[in-house]
Write a protein that binds this ligand. Structure first.
Ligand SMILES: [Zn+2]
Length: 329
C-alpha cells in the first residue's frame, strides 16, 4: 500500500508538472519572442581569417579560414517533441540572429549531444545532403529524416580529418561534464565538447558542461584562438552547466583566455530563474592577440546586465493557475 510519504511525493510531482504545463502552454505561448540584438553579415567575412558570430543559444556560425561551421543549430521558436502542427517544449526568448535562408552554405555541422536544445531535428532537416555532420557517439539515430549523407560519430578522445571543399580540418572530441540522454532513459548516448583545428589555429567548442578540468588538460602551452563556452542554465543545474566565472576559468585553464577581449554568446531558450536568463549566452574567449580573431563584434550584441525575466501575468491567468494548483493537491 502506498505510504503517506509516497503519496505526498506524487502529489508534489503532479503539481509541479501541471505548473510546468500551465507555464508552457498558457503563459509562454503568449510571450512574444524578442528580436535578435543584432544580425551578422557573413557575406562580408573574409575567408583568410577566423570569424564567429553567436546566432542564439548554442548556435554559433564560424568561418574558419574559408570553412563554414555551425554548432548545434536551432532556428525555430520552440524545441522539443514535434507533433504534426506543434512542438511540445520550451520556447526561445530571442529569435535567432540569422534565418536558415540567411545562412551561408554550411560545410560542417557540429552536434555536441542529444538534448533537444542541441539536436533540433526540425532545423537539421533544412540542411542539404552536402553538409557534413559530426555528432557524439550513439546519437546518429536522431538524425533520421534528415538529408545528410555523411554523419560521423566521434567518441571521447577520437579525432577525424576532413577536407570540405579541399580545405583540411581536424575535429577532436573530448568529454565535458554533462550527460547525453535525450529522453530520461537513453543514458547510453555520448556527449561531446570539441577542438577544431585548421591552419595551425584552434577553436574550443565547449557546449554544455559543468566545471571540469577536461579543458585544463588541453593546455599544451600553445594558445587557443577561440573558446566558445556555455554560460546558461546553471541555476539550479550547476552539476551540468557552468557559471560565467567557471566558463572563463575553464577557457583560461585551456590557454584560451590569457588576453582580454572576451565576448559572451550562449543563451538558454527560456527562463531559468536566475541571472543566466535572457542575457546569458555562450562565452567567447580568445587568446591569440598576435593575430586577433574577428569576433564580428560590431555584429554581435553587447553583454547585458543579467536579470530575472518577469513575465507579466493577467489576473485571469493567476486565477486559473490557482485553481489548477488546488486541483493538483
Ligand atoms: Zn545539455
Amino acid at each position: 500500500m502506498e505510504s503517506e510519504r509516497e503519496a505526498a511525493r506524487r502529489a508534489i510531482k503532479r503539481r509541479n508538472w501541471l505548473a510546468h504545463l500551465w507555464r508552457e502552454w498558457i503563459v509562454e505561448s503568449r510571450r512574444p519572442i524578442a528580436t535578435a540584438f543584432a544580425r551578422p553579415i557573413p557575406d562580408t567575412w573574409k575567408n583568410d581569417d577566423l570569424t564567429a558570430a553567436w546566432l542564439g543559444h548554442s548556435t554559433v556560425l564560424i568561418n574558419f579560414f574559408g570553412v563554414t561551421i555551425l554548432t548545434d543549430p536551432v532556428l525555430f521558436p520552440r524545441i522539443g517533441i514535434r507533433l504534426p502542427f506543434l512542438t511540445i517544449g520550451p520556447k526561445r526568448l530571442t529569435e535567432p540572429a540569422l534565418t536558415f535562408a540567411e545562412l551561408p552554405p554550411i560545410d560542417l555541422i557540429l552536434l555536441s549531444h542529444a538534448h533537444f536544445d542541441h539536436i533540433d531535428r526540425r532545423t537539421l532537416k533544412l540542411f542539404p545532403e552536402s553538409t557534413r555532420v559530426i555528432t557524439a557517439s550513439r546519437t546518429r539515430d536522431l538524425l533520421r529524416g534528415t538529408k545528410f549523407c555523411e554523419v560521423i560519430e566521434l567518441a571521447w578522445n577520437e579525432s577525424v580529418l576532413l577536407t570540405p571543399r579541399g580545405c583540411a580540418l581536424e575535429i577532436r572530441a573530448l568529454q565535458p561534464k554533462h550527460w547525453g540522454a535525450r529522453l530520461q532513459y537513453d543514458v547510453h548516448r555520448g556527449y561531446n565538447s570539441y577542438v577544431i583545428l585548421r591552419n595551425n589555429r584552434r577553436i574550443i567548442y565547449g557546449s554544455d558542461t559543468a566545471n571540469t578540468d577536461a579543458f585544463a588538460k588541453l593546455n599544451d602551452g600553445e594558445p587557443y584562438d577561440l573558446a566558445i563556452m556555455g554560460i546558461g542554465a546553471y541555476d539550479p543545474w550547476i552539476w551540468a552547466h557552468s557559471t560565467p566565472e567557471q566558463a572563463v576559468a575553464m577557457a583560461d585553464a585551456a590557454g584560451a583566455a590569457s588576453q582580454s577581449n572576451a565576448s559572451p554568446a550562449h543563451s538558454p531558450n527560456r527562463q531559468n530563474g536566475s541571472r543566466c536568463v535572457r542575457s546569458a549566452r555562450p562565452l567567447f574567449c580568445h587568446a591569440n592577440m598576435r593575430d586577433p580573431v574577428q569576433l564580428a563584434k560590431s555584429q554581435t550584441p553587447k553583454p547585458q546586465i543579467p536579470g530575472k525575466i518577469k513575465i507579466p501575468r493577467s489576473r485571469g491567468q493567476d486565477r486559473i493557475g490557482r485553481r489548477l494548483r488546488r486541483w493538483a493537491r
